[in-house]
Design a protein around this ligand. Structure first.
Ligand SMILES: NC(=O)C1=CN([C@@H]2O[C@H](COP(=O)(O)OP(=O)(O)OC[C@H]3O[C@@H](n4cnc5c(N)ncnc54)[C@H](O)[C@@H]3O)[C@@H](O)[C@H]2O)C=CC1
Ligand SMILES: N[C@@H](CC=O)C(=O)O
Ligand code: NA
Length: 434
């Protein structure tokens, strides 16, 4: 029998516990597929003795010393499902430099400092796999880093956060409140340890950075991504979207193309947007994720599935584990990071889309003309205006044709100061064909 591949598992929460179960339940198949058994050398947790349900491992396998476990001579591969920047970065850099391959679901770390991990992997001649970090179970990173390497990707668009999709879908379908839907998503194991990462768009932005890095052969970090979350999306916005035949989704849009000076560049943005109900992403409900990849020769590809939850995420972790274990037995290493293009980041101000702006105004003669004049002054063309009176006041909803983010921001700033404009109630982007 070939020597077992010994695995250190860091973290045994929602994802880690499912990894343990799948390793146990599928042991025979995994051994046959890899050509050697996988053995759990140890599981690092924050606290011993916590109730982790009925896990098929004895208490002796647990430790509260992750770094000690990583350094052990009998550990070949490290699987990290803890999350956060430190101490995870220290553990993984230590493992990779020592030639131990790493499988991680930690998108926050990859987006914050993927360079340290990739550099350590190159130094140690080890593999770094992270399919679970973006869109959970959906095979997406492997297609980008392998299958599409003969093509040229120019756009990646999708819903990449399960928690916010669960919340927005519930608000749209049942009129559920934000807080209640977030509580359910947390109970179902979708949310991050601190759900601010989900609802403020940090998680989707991290995933956007990872996707753009792979798609455009360029190191893109979390700080390069324009990020807006869903905390300001109200029931009124959802109703307004419905009235327009739209729904609201938190989108991640990464594109490659010329900037204002004609230089090839990359743009990554995460924000809520209205999309028509006929758009393929509009039907992506619950905690599901879906991602479109547009490539020069392949055309449009769509990836759909469960982007969050213990078992779906563990599926992606195990897929990576099989790959790194096979490489180890064959004495080979996967292709290293591809960042040769090193494209600059395009400023958000140059992003072009349509906008839905809702204003509270005084219901007086001339207000509409004054508002329209501000849009015209910044070269933002209006597609539709809807006004509904409310006594002394009125609600004005303006939908624009395509305009740059900079022009729209300048328009909104001037509208704020306009006499008779009481408040800018909301500004939402509108994506997809009308
Ligand atoms: N839950 C999900 O749907 C998905 C999670 N992920 C990522 O997977 C990772 C884990 O997520 P979950 O399992 O949901 O988190 P969790 O909070 O349920 O589990 C985290 C585990 O890490 C352990 N831990 C925390 N700090 C530690 C420390 N200093 N030393 C040792 N152990 C420590 C905890 O004891 C716990 O067992 C995160 O990076 C998350 O972003 C990725 C895709 C989906
Ligand atoms: N919190 C994340 C988990 C998966 O990445 C999400 O909701 O998508
Ligand atoms: Na994935």
């Amino acid at each position: 029998m070939t020597k077992p591949v010994r695995v250190a598992l860091l973290g045994c929460g929602t994802v880690g516990a499912e990894v343990v179960r799948l390793l146990h339940d599928q042991a025979a198949d995994l051994t046959a597929r890899i050509g050697a058994p996988i053995e759990l050398a140890g599981i690092a947790v924050r606290r011993l003795g916590r109730d982790r349900g009925a896990l098929p491992v004895g208490p002796a396998v647990f430790t509260t010393d992750p770094l000690g476990l990583v350094k052990r001579d009998d550990v070949d591969v490290v699987v990290e499902v803890v999350g956060g920047i430190e101490p995870a970065r220290t553990w993984l850099v230590e493992a990779l430099r020592a030639g131990k391959s790493v499988v991680t679901a930690n998108k926050a770390l990859l987006a914050e400092d993927g360079a340290s991990l990739h550099d350590a992997a190159a130094e140690g001649g080890a593999d770094l796999y992270y399919e679970a970090a973006v869109a959970g179970a959906i095979p997406l990173l492997r297609p980008l880093r392998e299958s599409l390497h003969g093509d040229s990707v120019n756009r990646v668009t999708g819903i990449v956060n399960g928690t916010t999709n669960y919340i927005l879908s519930a608000m749209d379908a049942t009129g559920a409140g934000f807080a209640e839907a977030l509580e359910q998503a947390t109970e179902l194991g979708y949310a991050e340890a601190d759900p601010t990462a989900d609802v403020e768009g940090f998680d989707a932005a991290a995933k956007g950075a990872i996707l753009a890095s792979l798609a455009f052969h360029t190191r893109v970090g979390a700080a390069d991504v324009h990020r807006e979350g869903i905390t300001e999306v109200t029931a009124a916005d959802v109703a307004s979207a419905k009235a327009m035949g739209c729904t609201i989704k938190l989108l991640c849009i990464a594109s490659r193309g010329p900037d204002a000076a004609g230089v090839d560049s990359v743009s990554v943005r995460v924000h809520p947007a209205m999309i028509p109900r006929t758009h393929p992403l509009a039907g992506v409900g619950d905690a599901f994720n879906a991602v479109f990849v547009e490539a020069r020769a392949a055309g449009q590809l769509m990836f759909y599935g469960r982007g969050a939850g213990g078992a779906p995420t563990a599926s992606a972790v195990l897929g990576d584990l099989v790959a790194v274990a096979r490489n180890r037995l064959a004495g080979v290493r996967a292709a290293s990071e591809s960042a040769y293009a090193a494209l600059p980041i395009r400023p958000m101000g140059e992003a072009v889309t349509r906008y839905h702006i809702s204003l509270d105004v005084a219901d007086r003669a001339g207000v509409l003309a004054a508002v329209a004049g501000v849009f015209a002054g910044h070269g933002v063309s209006i597609a539709t205006v809807r006004q509904s009176g409310r006594g002394e006041d009125a609600e004005l909803v303006v939908v624009t044709h395509r305009a740059s983010d900079a022009a729209l921001a300048a328009t909104v700033a001037e509208l704020r100061d306009l006499e008779h404009v009481r408040a800018i109630v909301s500004v939402l982007r509108v994506e997809g064909e009308p």
